[in-house]
Design a protein around this ligand. Sequence first.
Ligand code: GDP
Ligand code: MG
Length: 636
Amino acid sequence: MPTESKNVIVGTAGHIDHGKSALVEALTGTHPDRLEEEKRRGITIDLGFAFLEEEDVRFGFVDVPGHERFVSNMLAGAAGVDLVVLVIAADESIKPQTREHFDICRLLGVKRGVVALTKSDLVDADTLGLVHLEIEEYLHGSFLENAAIVPVSAKTRAGLAEFKSELHRAALEAPGKNSARYFRLPIDRSFAIKGFGAVVTGTLISGSVGVGDEVELFPERKRLRVRGVQSGGKSVDRALAGQRTAVNLAGIEHTALQRGMVLAPPGKFRTSRRLDARINLLPSAAKLKQHDQVHFHLGPSETIAKIHFYGGNDLLPGQSAFVQLRLQSEMLALPGDRFIVRQFSPITTIGGGEVLDALARRPLTRDTGRVAFLEILERGNRAESLAAMVERAPLGLALEDIVARSGWLDSEVRDAARALGSSGQVKIVSSEPLLLVPAKIFTDVQQNVAAKVETFHKENPLVPGITRENLRSSLGRRVRTETFRAALEELVAQKKLETQGEIIKRAGATVSLDPEEARTKLQIETAFAGAGLTVPAVKEVLGGLPVEAKRAERILQILLREKVLVRVTPELIFHRDALSQLRAHLGSYKKTKGDRISVPVFKELTGITRKYAIPLLEYLDRERVTRRAGDERVIL
Ligand SMILES: Nc1nc2c(ncn2[C@@H]2O[C@H](COP(=O)(O)OP(=O)(O)O)[C@@H](O)[C@H]2O)c(=O)[nH]1
Ligand SMILES: [Mg+2]
């Protein structure tokens, strides 16, 4: 049964002394105030936790402090709440932190809740009715408009049963968290347990984490091992999304762990200091100006952020806009994460919003497409968002870039990529590892490759084609090697280009010589053929030709490539006929005189000087026609 039950995080909200902690205790039997100072002063300072199992729902309670000085602690707990219990004391009605906490819940996108009209034992029925009306009016038009408002007393326990059943009903309606996604555990507490070491706790906002898992600590980027897991106060093999979770970590001191750090799967995510987001300013806030600084809260993490508006220079109360938040310290965030901003000074909650691009680039005036891009991220489905991301990445996006930027599962990215690939919106340059390139860029690269080959042929009519390496580097670093390779493969498949080993040429291209070049070619060949083994110097041959040196050199290259001529040393080139005659000579020598031959005998046999004999013998050694044995050669 427990694995099939729904996990729901309930957060309290409301003014100090309105009975939040007392209500949690009345419901769960656990008083959430756990610090010595809290017990002594009778107020909640930091988050408190309690658990309750009601039929098929497992509740994790996060009790928050109501005092205005501890709103940042309240924010650390409010993130990850599925269901809010808005606590309003019947004898005091709506007070400043009732409003502030409720604003925060709205800004965080909490969808469901129940109102507890606490301390009902302290007022008469008329007052109760009046406060009830006030609350209804206050909640009008909000997500709690239709929520139950239940009078309760933690003292007499009146109304508790009804409250519990309303809570249960709301829990079933609340959108749950997804255990199948990559896990994230924002840390709200860390401590040490004797004999176990470091323990962190938090609301598991997605995925699951189990004993033995390797995890990555952000923003430290440290890999750690999970030694033990608890949820709902009990040891378990795996904790699931929507559960209050404690993780015992090996390999780290608890003092190195702090509220605001996050555990996530190893190697999936990246921290950032630039978030593009939708921000909503509360009607009660002062107007927000370009480059204003604010306190920024994302889950239990907090830092200072500078606001950059895209278009327009300030934001009026009650309005919303796209912004870039330039964070003072690195954070792990993902699209869809909700945040709260508080005025720099004096500190009050002024707004909040949703992260759209957690790995945003610096705002650039020439980047005119940013707002349209953010609109797609905000409203588009996965494929639309992916297409827009790829569109803005001329170098292309690899699977790990997309996952880090979106938080989507690998399989989700692959599915979306396949759909976009077959509709032609993006080019899948490689599927293993996955690399996506904008379709337009890919076409450009293909055209560029074909054009480069064409230009090469035009400029080098005597060379059969461009080398793969030169072609690749002619495209510059704005093109990834994988993109180049895919473009080339397609051009070959389309029979536009051909490859010959490392040489790439236009399909069907042949080296064509004009009559003068053909004559020159013959002239060179004849010069070497006629010389036998006593070949002339290369320079001498080339210098005596009617064409200019560069062309002569290319024609020589053709002869070498065709293996009509053979280069034996950088300075010595022989005609192939002379070399095969030499082999034949050695063959008959071996038959008649045995397989040993000395340098003087070789010179005599061939009629050449030492200048030719030594390089030729070394060439024959390399060709395995002969093998050196002391001063002699063995003919093989
Ligand atoms: N009479 C009465 N007192 C209550 C009730 N609930 C809480 N209190 C008292 O109100 C004070 C503040 O309660 P507490 O739960 O700490 O408020 P919190 O600051 O909202 O957590 C405590 O002295 C409680 O005993 C209630 O239902 N009836
Ligand atoms: Mg309290």
